[in-house]
Design a protein around this ligand. Structure first.
Ligand SMILES: C[S@@+](CC[C@H](N)C(=O)[O-])C[C@H]1O[C@@H](n2cnc3c(N)ncnc32)[C@H](O)[C@@H]1O
Length: 227
């Protein structure tokens, strides 16, 4: 990246950082979700929303604003999430059965929207970070399979790489519409994109135990269709 490009990036980063502070959002990421919603019309008043990888809570704030008092928002993260009015939070790892169970009990029915801004700890090789990101996406898909209403929507972040196409195929089997998008508030240099999925068709019969077995395989995509 040239010095000029880097400079432009830093200014953009600083712009959203200052805006988040000024408008009392907990993260710059809030603007990514707002931009996604403005373009793809994700939220409706009264919706029930599950937000995976929710800390510190920027997406939770946006979701709550957009679904209003009649809506319901549940956030999950490994890390503590400072309490937020009208939002329920669960501290836990979504790859653990116990967290999944707690989420299902807390939602207590079906959700209209599943969001996932989950990201692995960056630091491995590029391909390792990508593989971990895809793995987290597949857990978000497992949440959809268990909790998302027919016709529901999903927004999921993924770090692009050679498994992105396989992930998109999994999503296309479940949703009427699947679109890859990079909101303006994302860094241009970032490999992250968001996949916007609409019109959930049906759940696949997902068993977390089976997913764990799949993880041991060299390729993440399972044979035979089930995750
Ligand atoms: C980019 S941050 C999310 C920012 C958030 N959307 C916001 O607007 O404030 C990614 C989050 O994913 C969480 N995460 C990563 N792996 C997870 C897992 N297995 N279960 C739950 N949360 C996870 C991380 O702890 C981190 O807080």
């Amino acid at each position: 990246m040239s010095l000029h490009d880097r400079w432009v990036q830093e200014r953009k980063h600083e712009h959203y950082y200052k805006l988040a502070k000024k408008l009392h959002y907990r993260s710059r990421a809030s603007f990514k979700l707002m931009q996604i919603d403005e373009r793809f019309n994700i939220f409706r008043e009264g919706d029930s929303v599950v937000d995976l990888g929710a800390s510190p809570g920027g997406w939770l704030q946006v979701a709550k604003e957009r679904v209003g008092d009649g809506g319901r928002v549940v956030g999950v993260d490994l890390r503590y999430i400072r309490p937020l009015d009208g939002v329920v939070t669960i501290i836990g790892d979504i790859t653990e059965d116990g967290t999944m169970r707690e989420l299902l009990e807390t939602v207590g029915g079906k959700a209209d929207i599943v969001l996932s801004d989950m990201a692995p700890n960056i630091g491995g090789s590029y391909s390792t970070d990508h593989a971990r990101s895809v793995d987290l996406c597949m857990y978000a898909v497992a949440v959809c399979d268990r909790i998302l209403k027919k016709g529901g929507r999903m927004v999921v972040k993924v770090f692009m790489g050679d498994m992105t196409d396989s992930l998109l195929k999994e999503l296309e089997q479940r949703f009427v519409s699947v679109k890859v998008h990079s909101p303006a508030a994302s860094r241009d240099t970032s490999s992250e994109v968001y996949v916007i999925c609409k019109g959930f068709l049906a759940s696949k019969n997902v068993k977390l135990k089976d997913m764990r077995e799949e993880e041991k395989r060299p390729e993440f995509m399972p044979k035979g269709g089930n995750i």
